[in-house]
Design a protein around this ligand. Structure first.
Ligand SMILES: [Fe+2]
Length: 403
């Protein structure tokens, strides 16, 4: 994230004395990326370092170790995440569905808020949430972000947070990456502004609302995900949200999917024109995230709005259907469906979707979907994800062709 933000109070010169409480030296922490060379934020703790653990660390009661399918057979997958039950809080309800060496796609459908003194920190991956449904508050040491339907939230690796639900349940798509996640760098000029040709505007982000530091002693649990899905429980003797002020370019932020301002072309456009975020160094590693929002279909007098069959050989393609209005998969997908089309296989619209789409030429569609394309990374389906799979999906083109 290139926008530099300052909240609360800090000394004008970094790493110099500051006293929020007379006589008590505030303590500086750098939350940074890419070996002191990437985006970072300077945080000032009111009186204690975040390193003061009051109990020995222990193994948490849960983990996120990934369990692959026993048979690795090349096939397209369709997973009905709408059928996953609501249970637990935003952390314990997290179910990994797809994973590769650097990327994990999970679904969390919590029905409870985080307990007041229990927090989570993803110490091995950066996170991107997409809120399919629900309302609440993401509480972090940087401040609070309102959770609402259609919002993406980027949470840098190492951020301490908890989620308070306002709605009865929530439905969250979570993408984790080894690499930082931000707007596609080719959208940004040297000053960090989105260019005037980009489909996003960097100032439309939602920034955490700063909260006064909580200067409180007690027993505060932080469950930290680390080293390939292990979770360890740390206990601090003081509240982790004890920040007097922070400044920097590394913090959680929100971005409403409706703030993706689509670009149209006279003939069908390939997905990269819908790109919102990127992780890693494209096209060598990481992934791109595209937002399919309402867009004018091609208006050429002979345009075919449905996509072509494609073998995008260096990418595995994941689609999360936020609504089911997607002509190329009409009759197959449901709200919350996830499809995985591996790069080793071609995929195409179903049945006569190409012909039917010609009636939509030049019209505004009503798509709402999130797409993730990996770069040189194969994804696998977990055992848990496969429980909700449409087992007939590999034959669905054959069946739709016979109709
Ligand atoms: Fe595709």
């Amino acid at each position: 994230m290139s926008q530099i933000i300052k909240k609360g109070n800090l000394p004008k010169t970094p790493h110099t004395e500051y006293y929020a409480i007379p006589g008590v030296l505030a303590l500086e922490e750098i939350h940074g990326s890419l070996g002191f060379g990437g985006p970072y934020t300077r945080k000032l703790h009111i009186r204690k370092y975040p390193t003061i653990q009051s109990k020995k660390p222990e193994k948490a009661k849960f983990d996120f170790k990934l369990k692959p399918l026993s048979d690795n057979i090349l096939q397209p997958f369709h997973i009905y995440t709408g059928k996953i039950p609501f249970e637990g809080d935003c952390i314990t309800s997290r179910k990994p569905i797809l994973y590769g060496k650097d990327t994990i796609v999970s679904v969390s459908k919590p029905s409870q808020s985080s307990k007041e003194n229990i927090f989570f920190k993803n110490g091995e991956k950066h996170e991107l949430f997409y809120i399919q449904d629900g309302e609440g508050l993401l509480k972090t040491e940087y401040g609070n972000l309102a959770i609402k339907k259609g919002l993406y939230i980027v949470v840098p690796k190492g951020t301490i947070y908890q989620i308070e639900l306002i709605s009865k349940n929530a439905f969250i798509l979570i993408v984790e990456s080894t690499y930082p996640i931000g707007f596609a760098p080719h959208y940004l000029n040297a000053a960090g502004q989105a260019t005037l040709m980009a489909p996003i505007v960097e100032t439309e982000i939602e920034i955490p609302e700063f909260q006064e530091p909580i200067d409180k002693e007690g027993e505060y649990i932080i469950n930290v995900k680390h080293s390939e899905g292990n979770v360890s429980t740390l206990t601090l003797d003081h509240h982790p949200f004890d920040i007097v002020g922070w400044e920097g370019a590394f913090y959680p932020f929100g971005f409403d999917i409706e703030n993706q301002h689509p670009l149209a072309r006279e003939i069908h456009t390939a997905p990269p024109v819908r790109q919102t975020f990127q992780s890693g160094v494209a096209p060598h590693n990481g992934f791109s995230i595209c937002s399919f929002t309402a867009q004018i279909e091609g208006w050429h007098e002979k345009d075919i709005p449905a996509p072509y069959a494609h073998s995008n050989v260096d990418s595995d393609e994941v689609m999360f259907f936020s609504n089911s209005n997607y002509g190329a998969r009409e009759g197959y997908i449901q709200e919350g469906s996830i499809t995985l089309h591996p790069g080793s296989l071609a995929h195409s619209p179903h049945g006569d979707a190409a012909l039917k789409s010609t009636k939509d030429r030049g019209k505004l569609n009503d798509h709402l979907a999130v797409m993730l394309d990996t770069f040189f990374e194969s994804l696998n389906v977990t055992e848990e994800g496969f429980k909700y799979a449409d087992k007939e999906y590999p034959l669905s083109w054959y069946k739709s062709n016979a109709k």
